[in-house]
Design a protein around this ligand. Sequence first.
Ligand code: ZN
Length: 247
Amino acid sequence: VSPPGAGQPRTARIQRPAPAPAPVAPAADPKAAQIASLQNLGREAYTKGNYAEPPAASAVGYSKQVLALDPANDYAKTLLENSVNGGKYQAQQAILRKDFASAHRVADTLAQLLPGRSDIAGLKEDIVSAERAEEAARRPKGPVLLVTFRAYHMHTEKAPADKGAYCLGTLTVTAGHLKFVGESFSEGQYIHNFDFACSDVREIKKNARVASHQNGFHVRTGSFNNNFVPEDSSAAHISALASACSK
Ligand SMILES: [Zn+2]
C-alpha cells in the first residue's frame, strides 16, 4: 500500500511560511535574558526570510541555540519547525524558477543544521528528481529507436545458411547511427561491433549475388563494405534500415 500522496512531489504540499511569532519580553535572570534575546534574534531572522541561511544567523540556527539552553522551549520548537517549512518553501520556489543551485543550497544548509531529518532528505530527493525531469524535458524529442533486428555479419561470401563464417548480433539505427552489436559467432570466428554515423553510410542495398536467397545485403561507407543477412531472412528489414539511416 502506497502512502497517501505517493508519486506526488513532497514539496507540492509545502505551505507558505506562517507569520512570525510575537516578540518575547526581556527577562530579569541572565539565562532567561539570553534565551529571550536568542528568541528575538530568531524571530528577526525569520521575519527577513533567513530561515536557514546564513546558518549561524538563521532562524533555525538561533532556535537550535535556544533549545540547547532550554530543550523544552515551545517558542523555539515552533519557530524551528516554521523555519524548516520556510526553507522548504524557498527551495520549492527555487525549483519552480528552475534555479536548482539555490534549491540545493537551501536544502543542504537545512540538512547541515538538522542532520538526520527524513523530511529534509525527501526535499533533497525532490530537487534531484525535478532537476532530472527538467533535463529530460530539454532533451530533443523524436523517435529514439527507429529500426532494430537481428542479423548475421558475414565473414566470407558464403551464406550462413551454407555454413559460411559469421558473427550474429543486432543491427540498430538510433540517433543517426547505424550500430551492429555482435553477440555470438560461428566456430573459429569472433564477434564484431560497428558504429557508423548514418551521414557516412553511402549504400544499404540487397545483394544481387552474395546470400541473395536469404536477402543478404551490404552496408557501404567510405572505408567499409560488409555483407549482412537478416536472421529471419526478411527483405523488409533492408528497406527499413536503408530508409531509417538515410534521414
Ligand atoms: Zn562479424
